[in-house]
Design a protein around this ligand. Structure first.
Ligand code: F6R
Length: 241
C-alpha cells in the first residue's frame, strides 16, 4: 500500500486527479470505478478543469460507480446518478451510455450481481476510486460485511445514515438501504485509489494502513490488494490512540 500524505482536501483532489488523468491519457479506453460523497468533489473539479485546459478525451472511457441508494432514480436530486452527472459527467465529453451505476430500483440480489457480470464483460475495472466511511466502510460495505461479497442490497448503519443526513433535508429522508458493489467486487479492480480527508476519518485511516485485517473495519480488506494508493490529508493522518 502506497500512502501519500498531502496538506488538505484540495491537494488530495489534485494528486488524485493526476493519477486518474494519467491513466486516461495512457489508455483512452480506461474503465474507471467511481465514488460519490464529499471527498471526491475537489478531485472531480480538478478533472473537469484539466480536461478543459488539456483537451483530454473521455469519449471512449467507461465508468462504473460503487453504489446507489435503494429506491432513488435519476429524477431524485439525492440519487448518486444525479450527483455524478452534476459533479462530473455533464462537464466532460463522456458518453452517457458508458457511465454505469447500480440501479436504485433493483429488488433482489440476483439482479444486483448482474452488475459484477457487466463489469467483467467490460474487461474489469482498471482503477477503482474509493472514499472512506467514518466506520471504515468502502462502498456501502458496512462493518461485518464478508470480504467475498459481490454487488448486493445492503442495509446502512445508523452511523452512515447520520453521516449522510447532511445531504438530505432531514435525517428521516436518508434511505436505509443501498445497492453497493461488494468488497470482492472492489478487490477485483486492477488498481485502487482511496482518498480520505478530514479529522473524522483519522481512526478509519489508522486501521486501513495498520490493520489488523478484520471485517470490523471493512477497509482493511485492501491490505490484501497488491496495488493500492491511499491519499490522505494531514487531518485524516492524525490519529492518536
Ligand atoms: C460513495 C461511497 C461511500 C463514501 C464514504 C465517504 O460512493 O461509496 O463509501 O465514499 O461514505 O463519504 P464522504 O466522502 O462523503 O465522506
Amino acid at each position: 500500500m502506497k500512502v501519500i500524505v498531502v496538506k488538505n482536501a484540495q491537494e488530495a483532489g489534485k494528486v488524485g486527479a493526476e493519477i486518474i488523468l494519467n491513466l486516461v491519457k495512457e489508455n483512452s479506453k480506461t474503465v474507471l470505478g467511481l465514488a460519490t460523497g464529499s471527498t471526491p468533489i475537489p478531485l472531480y473539479k480538478e478533472i473537469i478543469s484539466r480536461t478543459n485546459s488539456e483537451k483530454i478525451d473521455w469519449s471512449n472511457v467507461t465508468t462504473f460507480n460503487l453504489d446507489e441508494y435503494k429506491g432513488l432514480t435519476e429524477k431524485d436530486d439525492q440519487s448518486y446518478v444525479y450527483f455524478m452527472r452534476k459533479q462530473l459527467f455533464n462537464h466532460i465529453n463522456i458518453e452517457k451510455e458508458n457511465t454505469h451505476l447500480p440501479s436504485g430500483l433493483i429488488n433482489s440480489n440476483h439482479e444486483a450481481v448482474k452488475y459484477d457480470e457487466k463489469i467483467k464483460n467490460h474487461g474489469g475495472i482498471d482503477l477503482q476510486l474509493l472514499g472512506l466511511g467514518i466506520n471504515g466502510h468502502v462502498g456501502f460495505n458496512e462493518p461485518g460485511t464478508p470480504f467475498n461479497s459481490l454487488t448486493s442490497i445492503v442495509n446502512l448503519t445508523e452511523s452512515t445514515i447520520e453521516a449522510n443526513a447532511r445531504f438530505f433535508e432531514k435525517k428521516s429522508d436518508v434511505p436505509t438501504q443501498a445497492i453497493s458493489m461488494g468488497l470482492q467486487s472492489i478487490m477485483n479492480a486492477k488498481k485502487i485509489l482511496l482518498v480520505a480527508t478530514g479529522k473524522n476519518k483519522a481512526e478509519a485511516v489508522h486501521y486501513l494502513i495498520n490493520g489488523p485485517i478484520s471485517e470490523e473495519w471493512p477497509c482493511t480488506v485492501l491490505l490484501n490488494h497488491k496495488d493500492v494508493t491511499v491519499i490522505v490529508d494531514e487531518e485524516a493522518n492524525s490519529y492518536k490512540k
